[in-house]
Design a binder for this molecule. Structure first.
Ligand SMILES: [Zn+2]
Length: 498
């Protein structure tokens, strides 16, 4: 067992205490944190702790090692409970043995304070009348009250009728994970923190380099060599005391991302390499979380939003063959002017705020490209690739959980949502159709029924008939044989025209 550990079982301090005994130690100090029955005036019944385990353990080990080095104590240990705890249960235990009592007390206090502030551990309190939702323990720590400062002023954004006090409250309740704190990440972090997004997680395993400063002006000369995530977290806290900021000094990997993504409402992907972008895309598709992607190449950039809806494409839908890093130059090789990633990052921040505020109703999947030399912007409709073998929502859902019928105002709208349109009306019914009806295939129901035609095996289809009765029957039949991705146009063509 390391100096710091997490335990899903009730803590046994006597065992941990025995491990601290040392003939050279003249003193021992310990701290026990218990679950109490009230908080902020509400009656607590029980609580749950959830940790981002690998990071919590490595950071916990670091804190204990710091305490040992700083106060010159003999040995120190800290154990934190995770899982469900009842009132009076031991939540955290710290033990320190030292030559003298003074160091023992000081090291013990240091460990408990740092653990409260630095560990990625979330707490949910269950009250007699509901629960707190997951909150980072830092918020509960009374040890370090925020410096006295004027309240952050949101008046200029609250003035927007689409935002208002309700929108501001939504932002305060929201959490965003920003992966990459470089050229794209810096403006994203600054604008989201300034706007009052309640909790921001920063993932970046790099240190600040001198060559970053021209496009990442959140950092300064004095920061060169320091971890980007930690420096960015400091700056954001100074910018807005309302925001809880967590720094994850790691490189994105499949394992670490899943856990971090699970603890946030939305992800903004700001790395400069395709490997990380695809890892983030896979993680948000698995977790069914919305995400905003962007990339930059010299004077151009592009932005794409992912939403966990059946017809929204992920990154792999658009680039089934993942581009190899090095094939497309990153900033290090290709060169970049600072305002290019800054523009794209600002667009990402805007897309993120729109999602959090619910201002993106009616937005359809698209890839937006921006050319900063010509100032041309293009919006290309992006479509879900039915062959994309990732766990898109709907693709793994049991048939009875997916709606049989979908409603659309126009066929173009249905088409834009990534569905192939199959018209099952008979030939004579189509004789008087208006020209230019956007249909993928005509498969008359009579031919399907008598086996002269076959419904395509793969893909996502919207089945269309005159009034939505035959299409519903066929959809039900196809679902019964395991086709999850077939829908019926509710009300048929008649509903569109009316
Ligand atoms: Zn996909």
């Amino acid at each position: 067992m390391g100096a710091f550990s997490l335990s899903s079982e009730p803590l046994e301090p006597s065992r941990d205490r025995a491990a601290l005994e040392d003939p050279s130690a003249g003193g021992y100090a310990s701290f026990e944190g218990w679950v109490r029955d009230h908080n902020e005036g509400r009656t607590v019944r029980r609580l749950e702790y959830e940790a981002y385990e690998s990071l919590a353990v490595s950071e916990g080990d670091r804190i204990v090692a710091e305490a040992v080095a700083r106060f010159g104590v003999t040995r120190a240990t800290c154990v934190h409970r995770v899982g469900s705890l009842g009132i009076g249960e031991l939540a955290v235990w710290v033990g320190v043995s030292a030559a003298h009592r003074g160091e023992a007390f000081a090291a013990c206090r240091y460990i408990i304070d740092e653990v409260k502030h630095r560990l990625p551990i979330w707490k949910k309190e269950h009250y007699t009348d509901g629960d707190s939702g997951w909150v980072n323990c830092e918020r509960c720590a009374a040890a370090a009250p925020a410096p006295a400062a004027a309240a952050h002023d949101y008046s200029r954004q609250i003035a927007l009728p689409e935002v208002g006090a309700a929108g501001q409250a939504r932002l305060a309740a929201a959490s965003v994970l920003v992966v990459g704190a470089g050229g794209l990440g810096v403006p994203v972090l600054q604008y989201l923190a300034a706007a009052g997004v309640g909790r921001i997680g920063i993932v970046d395993g790099d240190v600040v380099e001198a060559s970053n400063l021209h496009r990442q002006p959140l950092y300064g000369w004095a920061d060169v060599g320091r971890p980007k995530a930690a420096v960015a977290a400091e700056r954001l806290r100074a910018l807005n005391h309302d925001v809880r900021v967590e720094a994850f000094e790691v490189h994105a990997s499949a394992g670490t991302l899943d856990e971090m993504v699970a603890h946030h409402d939305l992800v903004v992907e700001c790395t400069d390499n395709f490997r990380a972008k695809f890892l983030v895309s896979d993680a948000v598709v698995r977790a069914m979380k919305p995400a905003v992607f962007a990339s930059v190449h010299q004077y151009e950039g592009q932005v794409q939003v992912y939403r966990p809806l059946p017809h929204w494409p992920c990154l792999r839908c658009l680039w089934p063959e993942a581009p190899r890093d090095g094939l497309v130059g990153n900033c290090a090789e290709a060169g970049v002017l600072g305002p290019v990633p800054a523009t794209l990052g600002a667009l990402q921040a805007m897309q993120a705020l729109k999602r959090l505020l619910g201002l993106d109703a009616g937005e359809t999947p698209a890839l937006v490209t921006v050319d900063l030399l010509s100032l041309e912007t293009r919006r290309l409709a992006a479509r879900r690739d039915p062959a994309c073998d990732h766990d898109h929502p709907g693709s793994a859902a049991p048939p009875d959980e997916t709606p049989l019928e979908l409603e659309f105002k126009t066929l173009a709208q249905a088409f834009e949502s990534g569905l192939e349109l199959v018209d099952i009306r008979e030939a004579w019914e189509r004789a008087h159709d208006p020209p230019g009806l956007q249909i993928t295939a005509h498969l008359p129901l009579s031919e399907l029924v008598n086996g002269r035609a076959e419904f395509p095996a793969d893909g996502r289809y919207l089945v269309i008939c005159a009034h939505g009765v035959r299409s519903l029957a066929l959809t039900e039949q196809l679902r019964s044989v395991g086709r999850a991705e077939v829908y019926s146009l509710r009300g048929g063509l008649a509903a569109l025209r009316s």
